[in-house]
Design a binder for this molecule. Structure first.
Ligand code: VGL
Ligand code: ZN
Length: 197
């Protein structure tokens, strides 16, 4: 690949997987393909990033406090952990988002690392030109992150067999994919990407 690429695994966390507080149907099916892609990125010396929803117990994001969602991914809880099956290579940069009571934090561009680095700073510093997105949920955090990545001047591709959506309304995820495509986001399968690396 000529352009420098990075992989961003979005919100693959226990609460978004089956049995979790805000389970995405089939959310756990993204884990195995993302493990393969992450390993290949790491082997190729390319950056791997992972975002996590990381909410305070009291936030306007939660239904109880006027928001849209049942409580999920509360900072430090089991539900906020990455599933043990998710194999994040050494050196994976973790971005926490939605960390204050006012912010939904759908986009990984709203996240920061423990050292206070934003995604925008990281891609600039590492001279990343193209970002591949996989994870959860297609119709919220993947969509929002893809749009922000375009705004930041990145080439963006979604691993469409390694994402899954909430589908509050039937078809939301399919519509999110259509919107992203119309706005200039590429779609690629895991196999296609692995062949390119
Ligand atoms: C998400 C709903 C609420 C996501 C996060 O990760 O897509 N969706 N919080
Ligand atoms: Zn959330």
């Amino acid at each position: 690949m000529r352009e420098k690429s990075a992989l961003l695994i979005i919100d693959v966390q226990n609460d978004f997987c089956p049995g979790g507080a805000l389970a995405v149907p089939l959310g756990d099916l993204v884990i195995e393909p993302l493990n393969r892609v992450a390993q290949q990125f790491a082997d190729a010396g390319l950056p791997v990033l992972a975002s996590r929803d990381w909410h305070p117990p009291t936030t306007r994001h939660f239904r109880e406090f006027g928001g849209s969602w049942p409580a999920h991914c509360v900072q430090g809880s089991k539900g906020a952990d990455f599933p043990s099956a998710l194999l994040l290579p050494e050196g994976t940069m973790i971005l926490s988002k939605g960390t204050t009571p006012e912010l939904d934090g759908y986009s990984a561009f709203e996240g920061v690392t423990d050292d206070g680095m934003t995604l925008a700073q990281i891609v600039k510093e590492l001279r990343v030109q193209r970002i591949y997105l996989g994870g959860l949920a297609t119709d919220y955090c993947v969509l929002s992150t893809a749009r922000d990545a375009l705004r930041h001047g990145l080439e963006v591709a979604v691993l469409f067999d390694a994402v899954a959506g909430v589908d509050v309304q039937a078809g939301d995820s399919a519509r999110a994919i259509e919107k992203m495509e119309a706005e200039g986001v590429g779609l690629i399968t895991v196999e296609e990407l692995l062949e390119k690396l």
